[in-house]
Design a binder for this molecule. Structure first.
Ligand SMILES: Nc1ncnc2c1ncn2[C@@H]1O[C@H](COP(=O)(O)OP(=O)(O)O)[C@@H](O)[C@H]1O
Ligand SMILES: [Mg+2]
Length: 304
């Protein structure tokens, strides 16, 4: 991969990022280029390597191999320059401080922080600003983490499963606050294992499984790949291309006489399948859950 210096300056570029923990190959040769101002979701099931990737992007974890450039700087340079606000999955809040004290302390680290009261208000942590951090619920802790990420007023916001401890309403509030904040042209990278969340809030979804990128594109493209339904049936002597040409089909596979069609609109596909191939039998239709879709996408990816 070659990048011009202008691209490096404008983008977040990871090249061949690799990290193992003992025998576990958490991230395997990841290449990624993210545009300034975009909101990108790293989507994948637990263990896919999202946290490891994020932690390498922001310099919390040192890669075994590969490089990261954040707007032309190394992660540690970018962190020192106050260009990164992060909400990580690991690490506890400092004990025996109130929420207000903690966020104020974090604000002091940054060259041009957001007003503390504003960060508390946007995150909703103002409701319990005087409480000690060790007395917070899971959802409240998430809001404080969010306030800490916001107070940096950084160029890049990195959020690792930011809504994981929140209920549906909390999630909605979180993202509307986020949207209001990022409308000012911030770059956002967030990890999630909810397809709906990635779909609703990202311009681009990078789908990860087992340490690799298995799909990358606009939410509509990714949804067509993993969010639809799957038709399985027995149908001898049919060309893969002909199956591909059926309406509503996004992906086709065949093992012997058994065909598998990933569909964005399985109703339309099924009608056409039955009328075009009257001999088709053993038809099954089911939802393609995320986990399952990941398995489908990575079924031949067992190599060590
Ligand atoms: N510090 C660690 N020590 C050992 N294994 C780890 C460590 N961190 C992550 N892993 C392993 O690396 C893989 C990727 O983990 P992670 O990046 O946390 O995935 P995700 O965030 O997508 O759930 C998993 O198999 C996980 O068990
Ligand atoms: Mg994680």
């Amino acid at each position: 991969m070659s990048s011009t210096s202008q691209e490096l300056h404008d983008n977040i570029v990871a090249h061949d990022l690799t990290k193992s923990f003992g025998a576990v190959r958490a991230v395997r040769g990841l290449d990624l280029s993210l545009q300034r101002g975009s909101t990108v979701a790293l989507l994948g099931p637990n263990g896919a390597g999202k946290t490891t990737t994020i932690d390498m992007l922001i310099g919390l974890t040192k890669p075994d191999a590969g490089t990261v450039s954040l707007f032309g700087r190394t992660p540690s340079e970018a962190v020192k320059a106050g260009m990164i606000g992060a909400m990580t999955q690991t690490g506890q809040l400092i004990d025996y401080l109130t929420v207000h004290e903690l966020v104020t302390m974090m604000a002091a680290i940054y060259p041009a922080p957001l007003d503390v009261e504003e960060a508390l208000r946007i995150s909703g942590a103002d409701e319990f600003a005087d409480r000690q951090t060790r007395k917070l619920s899971g959802g409240e802790t998430q809001r404080v983490r969010f306030a800490i990420a916001l107070v940096a007023d950084a160029e890049l916001l990195v959020l690792d499963e930011p809504t994981v401890a929140l209920d549906v309403e909390g999630r909605r509030d979180f993202w509307s606050a986020m949207r209001a904040f990022t409308a000012r042209g911030k770059t956002v990278v967030f990890a999630t294992h909810y397809l709906e969340e990635a779909d609703a809030y990202a311009d681009r979804i990078v789908l990860m499984s087992r340490g690799r990128i298995v799909a990358d594109g606009a939410p509509t493209e990714i949804k067509a790949t993993v969010g639809g339904r799957i038709i399985r049936a027995t149908l001898p002597d049919v060309e893969l291309l002909a199956l591909h040409a059926l309406p509503g089909v996004t992906m086709v596979d065949r093992k012997g006489d058994a065909i598998t069609l990933n569909c964005s609109n399985s109703d339309v596909t099924l009608r056409e399948l039955l009328s075009t191939y009257p001999t088709v039998r053993d038809i099954e239709v089911r939802g393609a859950g995320l986990e399952e879709a990941f398995l489908e996408l990575t079924v031949d990816d067992e190599a060590p």
